[in-house]
Write a protein that binds this ligand. Sequence first.
Ligand code: KG4
Ligand code: ZN
Length: 334
Amino acid sequence: DKPIRVLGIETSCDETAAAVVENGRTVLSSVVASQAEVHRRFGGVVPEVASRRHVERITRVLEAALEEAGVGPDDLDAIAVTHGPGLVGALLVGVAAAKALAFAWGLPLVPVHHIAGHIYACQLCGEMRYPLVALVVSGGHTELVYLREEGRFAVVGQTRDDAAGEAYDKVARALGLPYPGGPELDRLAAEGRDVYAFPRAWLEPDSLDFSFSGLKTAVLNAVHAARQRGEPLNLADVAASFQAAVVDVLVEKAFRAVKRYAARQLVVAGGVAANRGLRAALAERAAREGVEVLIPPLSLCTDNAAMIAAAGTVLYRHGRVADLDLNAVPSLAL
Ligand code: KG4
Ligand code: ZN
């Protein structure tokens, strides 16, 4: 059989990325130009700056992805692009590039939901077995998604306020750590102890939803109180206590969902899946309950285009292609 090769494009936030993936499984190239450096001095992503940066970088990133993969337009079967959710100006750069290439090269255009991309990053590192439950934890999302079969997504739990990564970034910022704060807090947490007993928001007894704003506020209050009293603050202990609260809830709800939907597998994706505390807790619980867990390597957890190409391949096989009037949808539902 002739292999299916898909070019993926991702510009929904602050990474300009392009990648070529074969048969939805093998990464031939994956180029990610991060803008974290540019946004750091603002303490978060500035939408206008992100859009402009994408415009400046996209052509070179696309060329590099094709070059690294050693393929040209004739070797490609489709072009997959993130069309939402995300920052509208940022999304539009990727969507415009994808439409231009699809038109010029006469290739089908496959729109990909960013979260579907995160989930299918797992297919680049292992065998996805259905039915499965996906825990997607990123800067913009905290979702439990049930996939009864390939390409069929049902959101069964989500955050009611902050996303897990957002809580990480906001807490880190309050502690004076650089953006993005997730990796910094993760490092600090490894050196601290869970001594603060921060709240865990379980919500209604049967709820698979999340809430992190109360936890965030509790951490900020503890920090302010210590500063006001002129007490020294053990940042590592704050980080460890915060992380323990986040991880407890994520792990418990993910395994509840696995049980409720009789899933064969739990897949974990998104930037926060890079978290070492979360990975360790998931592995421990998985071993105890005999549940198979699939987590991509760190480079595929954070935003990249290989995951978009992988998801795009699945959707392409199911005929889910778009016309050239495709638009960016900032609050796209899965
Ligand atoms: O998936 P991603 O790259 O972009 C979004 O789609 O949001 O996720 C970025 C988020 C940021 O909030 C970042 O702080 C968080 O993932 N993150 C982490 C870690 N690495 C990245 N959070 C906790 N621990 C980490 N090691
Ligand atoms: Zn993401």
